[in-house]
Write a protein of this length. Structure first.
Length: 207
């Protein structure tokens, strides 16, 4: 910290609900927590989850609430640089993360992007599931299923073999293929939802 520069006391709220969650709010939350911890004295800037700001589709949405009553909203916080800017704006101090921390946060973002792609694939399937079997078998809708498979296959190409996103992608791929063929998914994958980590496959399921 520069001599004579003192951080402003504040709380940073991150929406982790609905579309913000699907747009990578978890990665944003972790980034902001890590970066706020670099500002001395520790605890002058705290980070907390928030339910919804009513700005769905523009997220992840982040609110800075200063101790003196001022508040400022920032939408679309999807990169480490943007998270750095939020903490700088919130505290008046530029955090100085180490190279290893930047690498870890960038990897977190990479995994978050994979999860978003898998979430989009599931969204396509969810939308098409309300169509009749005849429509789902039509060429236009089959192309939409192909789009979903393309999202999943990108993750399968990029994610390491032992990485959690790969196991999740394999499960989602089985869901898409089953939906594309107009048949229900097998029991071991039907209850897996990308936006609910508690349902994600574990190591035993992947074997």
């Amino acid at each position: 910290m520069l001599a004579g520069v003192y951080p402003m006391a504040c709380k940073v709220h991150v929406c982790t609900n609905g579309s913000c969650r699907q747009l990578g709010a978890h990665a944003t939350l972790v980034e902001l927590e890590e970066l706020a911890s670099l500002v001395e004295p520790t605890g002058v800037c705290t980070v907390a989850q928030y339910n919804c700001f009513g700005l769905c589709g523009r997220g992840p949405n982040v609110s800075i609430d200063w101790e003196d009553g001022r508040t400022e909203m920032t939408s679309g916080v999807r990169t480490t640089d943007q998270s750095l800017n939020v903490i700088r704006k919130a505290t008046g101090v530029q955090p100085k993360p180490s190279g290893s921390l930047i690498t870890r946060l960038q990897e977190l973002r990479r995994v978050s992007n994979w999860e978003q792609m898998l979430g989009k694939a599931q969204e396509i399937v969810d939308v098409l599931d309300v169509s009749s079997m005849e429509r789902r078998a039509s060429a236009p809708l089959q192309l939409k299923y192909d789009d979903a498979l393309a999202q999943v296959d990108h993750v399968l190409r990029e994610a390491p073999a032992d990485a959690h996103p790969r196991r999740l992608a394999e499960a989602v791929r089985r869901q898409v293929i089953a939906a594309r063929a107009c048949r229900p998914p097998s029991p071991e994958v039907e209850d897996i939802f990308v936006d609910d980590p508690e349902t994600w496959p574990d190591d035993d399921l992947a074997k």
